[in-house]
Design a binder for this molecule. Structure first.
Ligand code: APR
Length: 238
């Protein structure tokens, strides 16, 4: 069985992708039965798609919300929350996922770099903060307006938009001595490049997942397996 040792001087940066939620029943993007199979990203997940056909975009995220409401955290989410409970602010979690299963498992020090399924914000970027919204809209006419008059849009980072909280993420990577990447295929930047930044700072880098990601050669350790099966018991806090 693989072990990931965590020493008293370590600061741990974890990056998760859709694979960590797969065992909770949420589909990944690029698997054979993934969300991007049979759909065009540019029809759903771009600012242009939102401008052209906002109902199509909202209906896609309504389905994601319906799936998300049914899902429960799995042993992988729980193992990360337990690690954080042990090492406190030496732990930082950056997820590309828009589901909130990490929070449901108890994670606290977390950023959602690609946004959150349970938030919406003004499509005009009028400056008002995102609002809580987990409504499963069935048509565009149900989607509320911001006080400024703009329609709400999902609080999701589309392709071509800048991921959220990048300054905080960069600062956390800069001080991390151990980066653990779980369940992401290495297709989408900047997240796929984080491991290179960590390596440039001489951090140890571990990938956890059932198959090697595109950037597998940059990792110093590869733990092969499903996250929910291999993460429980893998952390040895010294
Ligand atoms: N445990 C760990 N990893 C798994 C599991 C599992 N049980 N099941 C699948 N995986 C791995 C796959 O091997 C694959 O490498 O999860 C990865 C999922 O890859 P993608 O579907 O490409 O998802 P992700 O990398 O998170 O996508 C990145 O793309 O469209 C966007 O914005 C979306 O945040 C997303 C981004």
């Amino acid at each position: 069985m693989s072990i990931i040792s965590i020493f008293p001087t370590d600061r741990v940066f974890v990056l998760t992708g859709a694979g960590i939620s797969a065992e909770s029943g949420l589909p990944t993007f690029r698997a054979e039965d993934g969300l991007w199979v049979g759909r065009k990203v540019e029809d759903i997940c771009t600012p242009e798609a939102l401008a052209r056909d906002p109902e199509k975009v909202w209906l896609f995220y309504a389905d994601r919300r319906a799936d998300g409401l049914k899902a429960q955290p799995n042993p992988a989410h729980k193992a990360l929350a337990e690690l954080e409970a042990k090492i406190g602010d030496r732990f930082f979690l950056c997820t590309q996922n828009i589901d909130t299963l990490h929070e449901a498992a108890g994670s606290k020090r977390i950023v959602h770099m690609h946004g959150r399924l349970d938030r919406a914000r003004c499509e005009r970027e009028c400056g008002r903060p995102p609002v809580e919204d987990m409504t499963i809209y069935k048509s565009l006419s149900e989607v509320p307006r911001c006080p400024c008059g703009g329609r709400l849009r999902p609080h999701i980072v589309f392709f071509g938009e800048i991921p959220l909280e990048m300054e905080r993420i960069e600062a956390e990577i800069a001080r991390a001595t151990l980066m653990i990447v779980i369940g992401t295929s290495g297709n989408v930047y900047p997240a796929a490049g984080f491991v290179n930044w960590a390596r440039a700072n001489k951090a140890r880098t571990v990938y956890v997942g059932p198959e090697p990601p595109l950037n597998a050669n940059v990792f110093t350790q590869y733990v092969e397996g499903k996250a929910g099966q291999v993460l429980p018991g893998i952390f040895e806090v010294r």
